[in-house]
Ligand binder design. Structure first.
Ligand code: PLP
Length: 382
C-alpha cells in the first residue's frame, strides 16, 4: 500500500527529525526529574529552562511568563477557569467560532453565576467587532478569542479585541494554537493577558503546550501539588516533550517565511482548482493562515467525501478535527451564517512544509472525480 498523502496538518503535524533528535537523550540516558537536586536532575532542569527561553522567544515574551502544560486544551482551561476563580461572577465573552476547549470551560462558568456571551462572526469568518462593542456594555471579566481559526484558518483581530476589552478592565486571552508557526505571533503586540500554544501543531510532540501569561495578573491553578511551574501547574515536567516543544518553536520561527511562501502558493492553487469545479471556499476573502483551505460542494456530504478520499489515499478532515466524531454541521460555519446543508459538506485541507505541488494537484483531481461520481450515484438513486 502506498503511503497516504497527509493533508491534515491543523489536526497534528509529523514530528520534525531535528525535534526528535533533541528529545531522544531525555527519553534515554538523561531521564532525570527536573526537580531532583542531583546532576541528572540539574541536566533536566537546564533543558526545561532552555525550552522555556525558546518558547518565550517565539512569541516575544520573557521566559518567566511561560507556564508549561499538557497542551492547548489545558492552557485554555487554565486561563478561563483560573481567571474566573480570581474574579467576581460577571460576563465571560468568547467567540462563537472558538475551539470547544475555550467555549466549554466558558459555558461551565454559568454554573457559578457567570453570564456567557458568544460573539458573532461575519460571513468572511472574522469575529464581529461591533458585536464585541455591544457585548462590552455589560460588566465583563474575561474575553477570549482565538488568533487563527482551526477550520477556516481565518485570522482574527485579536489586538483590536484586546484593546477594547482592556478598556473595560476585562482579562483577555487568545488561543494561538493554530497561528504559531504559520504567522508571526507577538505577545506584547497582541496586548493579551494570556496566550495559548501547543507543540504538536508545529512539528513538536503531542502532550506539550504552554500558557504565556502577563505577570500582572494572577490565576488560580487547576492542579495543586508540588508547586511546579512557579505554582501554576503542579506535576513532574514532561522533560522530553518540553524539550521538543522548545526545539519546534525555534525551528518554526526560523522557517516561517519559507513556510508561508511554500504553503500559500499551493493553497492558492488548490482554492482556484476547487472554486473552478464549483466548490464554496470558506473565508477566502479574509486574511488566513497560509496552509488552510476549507470547502464544500452543494449536495455532497463532507463525511462521505472524506471517507472516499481516504480510500484514494488522502488524509483530510471534515469539520473540526477535534470533533470529527460528531455529525453536527460545523459550529464555526453556522456562526458565519453558512446554510446547515452546505456546512454538512465541509472538508478541511491543511498543508505542511512537506506538501508538494504533485500532491495538491492529485488531490484536486481526486476531489473533482469523487464529487462527480457521488453526484452520479445520487442521480441514479432518485
Ligand atoms: N485550540 C485550537 C484552535 C485547536 O485547533 C486545538 C486542537 O485541535 C486545540 C486548541 C487543542 O490543543 P491540544 O491538542 O494541544 O490540546
Amino acid at each position: 500500500m502506498n503511503t497516504p498523502v497527509y493533508l491534515d496538518h491543523n489536526a497534528t503535524t509529523p514530528i520534525d527529525a531535528s525535534v526528535l533528535e533533541a528529545m531522544l537523550p531525555f527519553l534515554r540516558a538523561q531521564h532525570g526529574n527536573a526537580s531532583s537536586r542531583h546532576e541528572m536532575g540539574t541536566v533536566a532542569r537546564r533543558a526545561v529552562d532552555r525550552a522555556r527561553e525558546q518558547v518565550a522567544t517565539a512569541v516575544g515574551a520573557r521566559p518567566a511568563q511561560v507556564v508549561f502544560t499538557s497542551g492547548g486544551t489545558e492552557a485554555n482551561n487554565l486561563f478561563i477557569k483560573g481567571a474566573a476563580a480570581m474574579l467576581r461572577p460577571q460576563q465571560v465573552v468568547v467567540s462563537a467560532i472558538d475551539h470547544p476547549c475555550v467555549t466549554m470551560p466558558a459555558k461551565d462558568l454559568v454554573r457559578s453565576g457567570w453570564n456567557l456571551r458568544r460573539l458573532a462572526a461575519g460571513h468572511d469568518g472574522v469575529v464581529d467587532l461591533a458585536d464585541l462593542d455591544a457585548a462590552l456594555c455589560v460588566p465583563t471579566g474575561i474575553v477570549s478569542t482565538m488568533l487563527a481559526n482551526n477550520e477556516t484558518g481565518v485570522l482574527q483581530p485579536v489586538a483590536a479585541i484586546a484593546e477594547r476589552a482592556r478598556r473595560v478592565r476585562a482579562w483577555v486571552h487568545s488561543d494561538a494554537v493554530q497561528a504559531l508557526g504559520k504567522v508571526p505571533v507577538d505577545f506584547e503586540a497582541l496586548g493579551v493577558h494570556g496566550l495559548t500554544l501547543s507543540a504538536h501543531k508545529l512539528r513538536g510532540p503531542k502532550g506539550a503546550g504552554a500558557l504565556v501569561l502577563d505577570k500582572r495578573i494572577e490565576l488560580k491553578p487547576l492542579l495543586h501539588g508540588g508547586g511546579h511551574e512557579s505554582g501554576m501547574r503542579s506535576g513532574t515536567e514532561n522533560v522530553p516533550a518540553i524539550v521538543g516543544f522548545g526545539a519546534a518553536c525555534e525551528l518554526a520561527v526560523a522557517r516561517l517565511v519559507a513556510f508561508d511562501q511554500h504553503c500559500r502558493a499551493l493553497r492558492d492553487t488548490l482554492d482556484d482548482r476547487l472554486a473552478a469545479a464549483g466548490a464554496t471556499v470558506f473565508g477566502r476573502s479574509a486574511a488566513r493562515i497560509p496552509n488552510t483551505t476549507y470547502f464544500a460542494f452543494e449536495g455532497i456530504d463532507g463525511e462521505t467525501l472524506v471517507i472516499e478520499l481516504d480510500r484514494l489515499g488522502f488524509c483530510v478532515a471534515s469539520g473540526s478535527a477535534c470533533s470529527s466524531k460528531s455529525t453536527e454541521p460545523s459550529a464555526t460555519l453556522l456562526a458565519m451564517g453558512v446554510a446547515p446543508e452546505l456546512a454538512r459538506g465541509s472538508v478541511r485541507v491543511s498543508l505542511g512544509e512537506e506538501s508538494s505541488e504533485g500532491e495538491v494537484t492529485a488531490f484536486a483531481d481526486a476531489v473533482v472525480a469523487t464529487v462527480k461520481r457521488l453526484r452520479q450515484l445520487t442521480a441514479m438513486a432518485v
